[in-house]
Design a protein around this ligand. Sequence first.
Ligand SMILES: C[S@@+](CC[C@H](N)C(=O)[O-])C[C@H]1O[C@@H](n2cnc3c(N)ncnc32)[C@H](O)[C@@H]1O
Length: 243
Amino acid sequence: MAILGARRTVDGNATSGQEARTVHCEDAVAWLSRQPVWEGWSAITSLPDVSEVAMELPAWRAWFVDCAALLLSRVPPDGVAVFYQTDIKREGTWVDKGYLCQQAAEREGCALLWHKVVCRRPPGTVTFGRPAWAHLLCFSRGVRVDLARSTADVLPETGEMTWSRAMGLAACVAAVRWVRENTRSHTVVDPFCGEGSVLAVANALGLSAVGVELSRRRCRRARNLRVELPEAAPPRVARFSPA
Ligand SMILES: C[S@@+](CC[C@H](N)C(=O)[O-])C[C@H]1O[C@@H](n2cnc3c(N)ncnc32)[C@H](O)[C@@H]1O
């Protein structure tokens, strides 16, 4: 059963459950650079890994921090930016993307509100490539956490993924629910939206969604992705049109 019905925002307004989705097919940095501070928006995203861009590791590190800072600069004080990032191992070293996000946040005067660990493999699993877990980090300039409304720090699984670099649907639900229940945001933006998992979950939970993606094929998929949020089962893809 899909949870697509009306809901109330924190300011008491009803929403229809048929929220809007816009996907821009272009470079996210250029798009972000043109944006004003977003009123009523929060961001949930996964910045591209070094393997997805044509850069050497040092250049990518600097680009990653600049890009995260640019994104944070557009988030209003009553919104948040959530980053879902999986670390990488290179030449015998561990590249900590949580640290890179934190550098951007400090540059922009944003505080870390929470840091969750999302298991990509069951605890105890040895992985030889990417780590078995991902960071889920939430930053804000003005929002602060009410400890009485705390949520789990460790997510036991990331959930169904539409492709190998997707944010799992369970992680999307945790992030979008937090935004919905703890901010005044009516729209979620994902400037590196891939195939649109964040956008589809935002819509399913009654928020509007804006995505940006360089790949035309992924843009088409991001416009069409629909998810179901059954009450007693994990979130799942409802209709995935490969277009
Ligand atoms: C880590 S993936 C995000 C996956 C997404 N969260 C999902 O669930 O499908 C990063 C995405 O950023 C896109 N990308 C890379 N460079 C970009 C750029 N400069 N502007 C916009 N999108 C870009 C890639 O094509 C890729 O789909």
